[in-house]
Design a protein around this ligand. Structure first.
Ligand code: SF4
Ligand code: SF4
Length: 278
């Protein structure tokens, strides 16, 4: 059995096993920490700073998603400094991105009292929507550069390395290599980047079309779990059905083997189910 460490979180002593992050320790102490770039199945990217907490003796706020708990630490999760940092994070992200399909960012903005107009004027708003294939759409005006897609495409899941962050400052953006369209890139269309994108910047083409037609209704979507029939791996699928049609295929994030990831066939190869051809 591994050793444990004890620390104080908002005055309350919590004991966790060694290697536990401050975010996890805070959750254990029933202090929920807001996150944007953090994802349960990806390596913490330390990109968004929404999860910062104050640590006694530390000059700077620390990212709780990646900092490990240590014996004797004293952590404050809700000081004025922490609240102000979260508010500025939300304001900066709202200045460069359209949060209409980003519930976590909208919640952070609301809870921190962010002023959406404070820094308005960044460049992401002007990005054209890229519809260059039949499977998923890239609307990078919604991108918050959380790095989740890059990690899912890289060593955390897919190992294809088709996308990266290119450019700097306001010009930073997700790129498939030299500004290429996806079909010309190394992308294999597994859609694992789409599955982890928290803002709708990457979105299934079917969902995109239905939203544009005003026919997408989250409240009427039912989900059925099944096993993918394409190969012997046996990935678990969630068929998202709207008006008696499959409109999206996802995979449970808590599946210990696939952790929400699929290949192109499992995620997008469902049209045959509803084909009217014999
Ligand atoms: S669809 Fe798959 S291969 Fe293509 S960019 Fe996304 S994660 Fe990478
Ligand atoms: S496209 Fe989505 S997952 Fe990728 S960096 Fe932007 S917001 Fe994050």
């Amino acid at each position: 059995m591994g050793s444990s460490v004890s620390l104080k979180i908002d005055g309350r002593t919590v004991t966790v096993s060694e290697g536990t992050t401050l975010r996890e320790a805070c959750e254990k102490a029933e202090h929920s920490i807001p996150t944007l770039c953090w994802h349960e199945n990806l390596t913490p990217a330390n990109a968004c700073r929404a999860c910062v907490v104050e640590l006694k003796g530390s000059r700077t706020l620390v990212a709780s998603c990646s900092r490990a708990a240590e014996e004797g630490m004293e952590v404050m999760t809700d000081t004025e400094r922490v609240q102000n940092a979260r508010k500025v994070v939300a304001e900066l992200l709202l200045s460069t991105s359209d949060a209409s399909l980003a519930p976590d960012l909208r919640r952070l903005a609301e809870e921190s009292g962010a002023d959406a107009e404070r820094f308005r004027g960044g460049s992401n708003w002007d990005q054209p929507v890229r519809v260059d294939n039949e499977l998923y759409v890239r609307d990078l005006s919604k991108c918050i550069l959380c790095y989740r897609c890059v990690e899912a495409c890289g060593t955390d899941a897919q190992n294809t390395f088709a996308i990266q962050v290119a450019g700097r400052g306001f010009d930073a953006h997700i790129d498939a290599g030299f500004g290429r369209e996806l079909p010309e890139s190394d992308c294999v269309f597994c859609g694992n980047c789409v599955a982890v994108c928290p803002t709708g910047a990457l979105i299934g083409k079917t969902e995109w079309d239905l939203r544009n037609e005003g026919k997408w209704d989250e409240t009427r979507i039912s989900t059925t779990r099944t096993i993918c029939s394409y190969c012997g791996v046996g990935c678990e699928l969630e068929l998202n059905v709207l008006d008696n049609k499959i409109v999206k295929v996802t995979s449970p994030m808590d599946n210990p083997i696939t952790q929400g990831m699929l290949c192109v066939k499992g995620r997008y190869g469902y049209e045959f189910v509803q084909s009217e051809e014999a």
